[in-house]
Design a protein around this ligand. Structure first.
Ligand code: BES
Ligand code: MN
Ligand code: MN
Length: 462
């Protein structure tokens, strides 16, 4: 497919500029103040699919943010690929840590991306990766090489739990029928070593509230005589891990899938340099659950992390006060076989149990989802591997990721099909962080690799 390479080269400036336009729209799903931008982005995605050559595109209303659905049918007897992605993005804050404004995309060179990377919120997660599929479709239609049918389903609530997508999938099983689901919303090891994500972690996300006295108190007049909700919350949180960094919630590990020695040895083959890892994060040492190495701690092991904690006085200077309340947002990353609703329940019970007398505790579940693992002997995996091998010159390595895309487990349940996670981002691309970026190399490689997946998937399905 020499024409594929030359097509990408010939049109790369337009591909980059089109993505930049999409990145300018701040489609933050977590904050309703951005709702109008969500709608504008959905419309822009719709227009891009029409332009690429879909013969039917629609905006599907849901109880929440709209879903963009498109399709191109060339022959109903041929296989159908369903592409999923999300057009919503994480909030940009802390905004002051961005070296250029999050919704004014610029191309800058970095050590890892000598050819330049697009800096903007959503560049990698997931507008840039989603848009590779739109451009790959454009190529296949222009060059008359689309070998099968394709459906697109691009949602606007991934970063807040995909509630409306679950609603939509449950109601549209027939419409969404497919032979394989293709997603680019994960990463790969490096630009020299592609990998295919074979696992995602599940998630349980909760918010906790600790209430002490009915009002903020003078910390001299009352200090030492009443429970301080911030002190108590800190102590409760600290007790959620033991000295080996195991989570202490009773039953938390009961259903965790233990990997065999062979499987762990296989995992250890993936290239990983601990010194570079520490250096890239300015850390003098790593930290984590005893008995597991870094690549296991962040993929096959469940975890518990505080994502935010607040209460009391945090303004300038000192205010002597005992706050009436303290809060925290806590996430638990789960592994296959752990049920997120069960874990949420275990957490809730435990958190209430460990609260000392003198405070009241509330646990509010936010959202969650199940983990996912996919076999490496499926046609989809093999086709993806063949595609990467061709464009990168080396086979892809299977890697279980620590991130979550909860809807993937639901796809399998409702649509009965496997998902192939062809990610092109890098861990260093700073998704969810200030200065998120996506390498130009990665973007163009993605556009080049995707049509080969289609080609091999259809060939191998015969
Ligand atoms: N694209 C990410 C997930 C991801 C990134 C998986 C890199 C593997 C590698 C997705 O947009 C995301 O951020 N998911 C959330 C969960 C969601 C329910 C908010 C996450 O993992 O925190
Ligand atoms: Mn994403
Ligand atoms: Mn994300």
């Amino acid at each position: 497919m020499e024409t594929l390479k030359s097509y990408v080269q010939e049109h790369k400036n337009r591909f980059i500029n089109e993505l930049i336009e999409l990145l300018k729209i701040p489609s933050v799903s977590a904050d309703t103040a951005y709702h109008q931008h969500i709608i504008t982005t959905a419309n822009a995605v719709k227009a891009s699919l029409e332009k690429a050559g879909c013969d039917f595109v629609e905006i599907c209303e849901t109880p929440g943010n709209p879903i963009v659905y498109g399709e191109k049918t060339i022959d109903p007897t041929l296989p159908t690929v369903l592409v999923y992605g999300h057009y919503d993005v994480q909030p940009a804050d802390p905004i002051e840590l961005w070296t250029s404004p999050p919704f004014e995309p610029v191309i800058k060179k970095t050590e890892i991306h000598p050819e330049g990377a697009i800096f903007a919120r959503g560049s990698c997660d997931d507008k840039g990766q989603m848009y590779m599929h739109v451009k790959a479709l454009e190529y296949m239609i222009q060059s008359n090489t689309l070998p099968c049918n394709v459906k697109f389903m691009i949602e606007g609530e991934e970063e807040i739990g995909s509630n409306s997508l679950a609603w939509f999938v449950e109601r549209n099983q027939e419409k969404l029928k497919n032979d394989v689901i293709l997603i680019s919303d994960t990463g790969m090891i490096s630009n020299q070593q592609p990998s295919i994500t074979t696992g995602l972690r599940g998630l349980s996300y909760v918010e906790v509230e600790v209430t002490g006295p009915n009002r903020d108190l003078h910390s001299g007049l009352y200090g030492g005589a009443v429970a301080n909700p911030i002190n108590v919350l800190s102590k409760m949180i600290a007790s959620l891990h033991d000295e080996n960094n195991h989570v202490t919630i009773p039953g938390f590990y009961d259903k965790v899938e233990e990997l065999s020695v062979e499987e762990r040895a296989e995992m250890a083959k993936a290239p990983f340099n601990l010194e570079n890892y520490k250096k890239s994060l300015d850390l003098n040492d790593i930290y984590g659950e005893k008995g597991y190495v870094t690549n296991e701690r962040n993929s096959i092991r469940p975890t518990l992390d505080v994502n935010g904690i607040w209460g009391g006085y945090t303004g300038e200077g000192a205010k002597t006060v005992i706050a009436s309340q303290a809060f925290a947002k806590i996430s638990m990353r789960l592994v296959p076989n752990q049920d997120w609703e069960e874990i949420t329940e275990l957490f809730t019970q435990h958190f209430i149990n460990i609260a000392p007398a003198g405070v009241k505790v509330k646990v509010k579940p936010h959202h969650g989802g199940q983990g996912y693992v996919t076999p490496t002997d499926s046609i989809g995996y093999k086709a993806a591997n063949k595609a990467y091998t061709e464009t990168f010159g080396v086979p892809a390595i299977p890697v279980r990721s620590g991130g979550s895309i909860p809807i993937v487990a639901l796809f399998e349940k409702e649509l009965k099909s496997k998902t192939i996670l062809m990610g092109f981002g890098l861990d260093s691309d700073a998704i969810h962080s200030p200065n998120e970026h996506f390498g130009i190399f990665n973007y163009l490689k993605g556009i080049e690799t995707i049509p080969l997946f289609y080609k091999y998937f259809v060939e191998m399905s015969k």
